[in-house]
Design a binder for this molecule. Structure first.
Ligand code: AQP
Length: 344
């Protein structure tokens, strides 16, 4: 007799992802996440949330948080997400995220969380002063994804490890509760230009909302002058651009600017080098600034338009929350039954 592997999840494909309302959205969030969401909504059932529960893992001013949630929603809409096609909702409006996260806290192992590099990066030398939420944030992220049985998670490179943890949690849950086909093992969708945009001040650090230097990033709401100035001041080196990507290996700042140009223009890094090889940054930076202004200017403009009507944003979020709650309810009910909770 041969042992047959249990049948894995065979449900429909679904996309889920989100962005934290923890500050101004930047070019990395746009290229690494928003552009992908917009494309995917036409291919797969897509759920995109505003991760306000994740945002409070570090201090957020309560007077600002709701308006930051609206700002992220405005960015989604400005990037091209259509609330009639994708489900757009605030995480905290769906209580099931927190309920499932608790159950997953009891499935995930401490050793797994100890390996998460983003916590180490964010906590730095003083981890004992950080919130418990910052440490267990990847478990909440697993709940965000699996509550909707999402099969695909479009994210930037920095989130790859968290999606892998989600797969581990899904696998252990399915095994522990003898339900091999219950949760899918979701795939991160990282490929493509823009998966890892680096700081304009330091080619070894990713572009981030929480970087204290505003010159490290291009914000989606920056005007043309600010964009051009930040690119002009971006750290580079005195060498001209080379002919091959290999020669850029030890020049992270130069590589980053070439990567940004390629991602904004929908071309490969090699194609950009083919056009600019031999030119110095004095020539390349103004071209990059023109391209960035042409691509991002309309996005910032549209964001401002959406933000001028907070009532409209709120009704989009309320309708999305309703849809998300309906999609989440059966999964949570089945999970409670599998776990053996009273009344489930
Ligand atoms: N530099 C980046 N390059 C490409 N993708 C990026 N993302 C973030 N930074 C880059 C992607 O954007 C999505 C939303 O990220 P998030 O706001 O949920 O959290 P984060 O990854 O922690 O982003 P930040 O900007 O660095 O925020 P803070 O400073 O608040 O932590 C994710 O898909 C992420 O991969």
């Amino acid at each position: 007799m041969t042992d047959q592997a249990p049948a894995p999840y065979a449900g429909p494909e679904r996309v889920l992802s989100g962005v934290q309302p923890s500050g101004a959205l930047h070019l990395g969030n746009y290229l690494g996440a928003l552009v992908k969401f917009t494309r995917l909504q036409h291919e797969i059932d897509t759920f995109i949330f505003v991760a306000d529960m994740h945002a409070i893992t570090v201090w957020q001013d309560p007077a600002q948080l709701a308006s930051q949630v609206r700002e992220i929603t405005a960015a989604y809409l400005a990037a091209g997400l259509n609330p009639k096609v994708a489900t757009i909702f605030p995480q905290s409006a769906v209580a099931a995220h927190a309920e499932l996260a608790w159950i997953f806290n009891c499935v995930a192992r401490l050793g797994w969380l100890d390996r998460m590099t983003q916590f180490k990066d964010k906590a730095g030398k003083h981890k004992e002063r950080e919130s418990v939420g910052l440490y267990t944030y990847p478990v909440l992220q697993a709940a965000d994804i699996l509550l909707y049985k999402a099969t695909h998670v479009p994210v930037g490179e920095d989130q790859k490890q968290h999606v892998e943890l989600t797969r581990d949690i899904a696998g252990k849950f399915n095994h522990d509760f003898d339900a091999p086909a219950f949760f899918p093992l979701p795939e991160p969708m990282i490929e493509g230009p823009g998966a890892r945009i680096m700081s304009l001040r330091d080619g070894s650090a990713k572009m981030s909302k929480s970087d204290p230097s505003d010159y490290s990033r291009i914000n989606l709401m920056d005007d043309a002058d600010a964009i051009a100035q930040k690119i002009r001041k971006a750290r580079t080196d005195p060498e001209p651009l080379p002919e091959t990507l290999d020669e850029l290996k030890d020049r992270p700042e130069a590589m980053n600017l070439v990567g940004i140009y390629a991602a904004l223009d929908g071309r490969s890094n090699a194609e950009v080098l083919a056009e600019f090889a031999g030119q110095g940054f004095g020539a390349f930076k103004p071209k990059l600034a023109d391209l960035a202004v042409a691509k991002l200017g309309p996005v910032g403009e549209a964001m401002r338009d959406y933000m001028s009507d907070p009532g409209e944003i709120d009704s989009i979020l309320a309708a999305g929350a309703e849809r998300a709650r309906s999609a989440a309810a059966p999964t949570l009910a089945q999970v409670k039954k599998l776990v053996g909770f009273w009344g489930a």
